[in-house]
Design a protein around this ligand. Structure first.
Ligand code: NCD
Ligand code: ZN
Length: 335
């Protein structure tokens, strides 16, 4: 059995910088036609100069692969209309992190409801620049996403023309919120479709499955599966592939992030096939994102086949999801 995907897109990706960038960028670029690149470098990407310089470093790391990095800025409430108008041709969105909520988000926003954000959000709305949000409160870890939903809803009401992407949703409450507001959309990761908190911490602790937001309950995973497998028009694939070196994961104080980029498409094919929904994979992994972002990707044809593949133990310094395990699908060719 085979499936050919046209221009798969990863709408939430961490490529990092320096040696790590050189390791991971070619892996995404091999099978994806484009990806939304997260700006949470140290320091974060906040100027046009940094956007362009980072894009250049990514393209250098990618080499000959056909791959378009879709750049983002790290949200600051000091961005005004003039700056955003100048930046618009070079960015696909702006990523907002609550301060300190995840890896390298210390310079994020401390009160999202605050009127201080309205200048930037109004300009983004007028210029039609999507707002990408890591939606978690600072509450109890299992409730953080649920507690953030009123913030999403208030923003959606206040800025009806602003496209708001709820990044890496993990709960049934987020799935329900998508239905209530025309301008709310969401990315869903591979790992949140595959695992619950049980796989992370139910047995021996699995640091390579630890991420933000933490994987939730079985009913949450079911809700995510229902919209992903049916390729609901408001959801799109965003891996949130977030590489950390092995020593930072297998340590006291494990860094958050699951590295899935090199296995994302075979595992998505395996998952959609297992549910008899392979026909919807193209829509989930590319078409919906093209419509939501109004984006036409470069041409790339990725053929996957149902043939076992053993996931490598490591890519450079990084341990991928399901390292050393056999998965049922593999990449046959890329054109
Ligand atoms: C991401 C990272 O490592 O940059 N980590 C994660 O657990 N997902 C940041 C993020 O997207 O929250
Ligand atoms: Zn992320």
């Amino acid at each position: 059995m085979q499936i050919t995907l046209n221009s798969p897109l990863d709408m939430h990706l961490h490529l990092r910088d320096k040696e790590m960038l050189k390791t991971v960028a070619p892996l995404s670029a091999h099978t994806f036609a484009a990806a939304i690149i997260m700006p949470n470098l140290v320091p974060p990407v906040t100027t046009l100069h940094e956007v362009l310089a980072y894009k250049k470093r990514i393209l250098e790391a990618v080499g000959d692969e056909v791959f378009e990095p879709l750049m983002t800025l790290f949200f600051k409430d000091s961005y005004d209309y003039a700056f955003l108008e100048e930046a618009k041709p070079y960015i696909s969105g702006i990523k907002l992190y609550p301060a300190g909520i995840t890896t390298n988000s210390e310079g994020g926003v401390s009160a999202i409801e605050s009127a201080a954000l309205s200048m930037t959000l109004t300009a983004m709305s007028d210029l039609e620049i999507p707002l990408l949000i890591h939606g978690e409160s600072d509450g109890f870890v299992m409730d953080r996403e649920k507690e953030f939903i009123p913030v999403y809803e208030e923003l959606a009401r206040q800025f009806p023309n602003l496209k708001i992407i709820m990044e890496h949703i993990t709960t049934k409450e987020s799935v329900a919120a998508l239905e209530r507001h025309e301008n709310l959309y969401a990315t869903i990761t591979l790992h949140h479709l595959l695992i619950t908190l049980d796989e992370v911490a139910g047995g021996m602790l699995q640091p390579h499955l630890f991420c933000k937001p933490i994987a939730k309950r079985p009913e949450d995973r079911e809700a995510l599966l229902s919209v992903a497998l049916s390729a609901h028009p408001k959801v799109m694939f965003g891996s949130d592939s977030a590489p950390h070196p092995q020593h930072a994961k297998e340590s006291c104080g494990c860094a958050a992030g699951v590295f899935t980029a090199p296995v994302a498409l075979p595992l998505l094919a395996q998952l959609f096939d297992a549910h008899g929904k392979l026909d919807n994979l193209q829509t989930f992994v590319s078409d919906n994102a093209q419509i939501i972002y109004g984006y036409t990707p470069p041409v790339k044809e990725v053929t996957l086949e149902k043939k076992p593949f053993t996931v490598p133990e490591k890519y450079g310094e990084v341990v991928p999801m399901y390292a050393g395990e056999e998965i049922k699908w593999s990449i046959r060719s890329v054109k």
